[in-house]
Design a protein around this ligand. Structure first.
Ligand code: NI
Length: 260
């Protein structure tokens, strides 16, 4: 798989959400991880979506110091056969820093809402029991997601935030972090620039969600953590600051959230 790998920055990049188990990385994963430091990357959380990908995440985290794992059942993978008990077993690994990716997705499938909600809530309870943060996926399910988060008040981040300014304000009130990725560089980012303006410094995180959502001008290409520099530049422009400051503060925030 061809990729661009020339985003040298002196500032530390912490990618709070990625999927390096994806088969698109198979040919280049080791090469990419071996050169991450050249692009300033000092930390990566790679997420699981079921037992297999959560185990893969832990294996990568064992291999590379700067890689950390999240384990969980993604709402799109609730038919995978993975149980919350299996996720609990995996979560005891010393490099597991979060339960995720978990949440609700009514965009792809909306005929199993009660089941999605049940698995989401069970995993929130697991995270609270293990004192771990959660990585929340919310696609076209803003009202239910917010209601559940308000009720359980977990620690964590709403990743690749796609809600309104009003919803962002509610998330901020809960003390949860907001993850901003490559979408902020897209021309059709809609509400996101207004959301980015109001996130307090201490609750902002950057992420890729790679291999998806490469920032402009690489939209549609293979995405990786080194590209976060471009996302940080756009966020900085909106907030009237520098990319360096955004990278420094989001790295500090990630270390606080993931207890590193
Ligand atoms: Ni994701």
């Amino acid at each position: 798989m061809e990729y661009s790998n020339d985003f040298k920055t002196q500032s530390p990049i912490f990618d709070s959400h990625s999927h390096y188990d994806d088969s698109r990385f198979d040919d280049i994963r080791n090469e990419l991880f071996d050169t991450m430091h050249q692009n300033g990357v000092c930390g990566i959380v790679t997420c699981g979506c079921d037992e297999a990908s959560s185990t893969a995440a832990l294996n990568m985290a064992e291999q590379y110091d700067f890689v950390y794992a999240a384990v969980g059942i993604h709402p799109g993978n609730i038919d995978s056969g993975t149980t919350v008990e299996q996720i609990e077993q995996l979560a005891h690994h010393k490099k597991c820093v979060a339960i995720g990716e978990i949440g609700l997705d009514y965009y792809w499938v909306d005929d199993n809402k009660p089941q999605q909600i049940e698995i989401f809530e069970q995993q929130i309870l697991l995270a609270k029991k293990l004192d771990l943060p959660i990585l929340v996926h919310d696609r076209d399910a803003h009202a239910d997601t917010l209601e559940i988060l308000k009720r359980h008040k977990p620690k964590g981040v709403v990743h690749c935030f796609s809600g309104s300014v009003e919803m962002a304000q509610e998330i901020i009130k809960l003390g949860m972090y907001i993850g901003v990725g490559g979408v902020i560089t897209f021309k059709n980012a809609q509400k996101l620039p207004d959301v980015v303006k109001i996130i307090p410094d201490e609750l902002l995180l950057v992420e890729t969600d790679c291999p998806y959502l490469a920032p402009e001008p690489y939209r549609g290409k293979l995405c990786h953590s080194g590209m976060i520099n471009l996302t940080a530049q756009k966020i900085a422009e909106i907030r009237g600051t520098t990319a360096e400051e955004i990278l420094n503060l989001t790295t500090a925030n990630a270390k606080t959230l993931f207890n590193l």
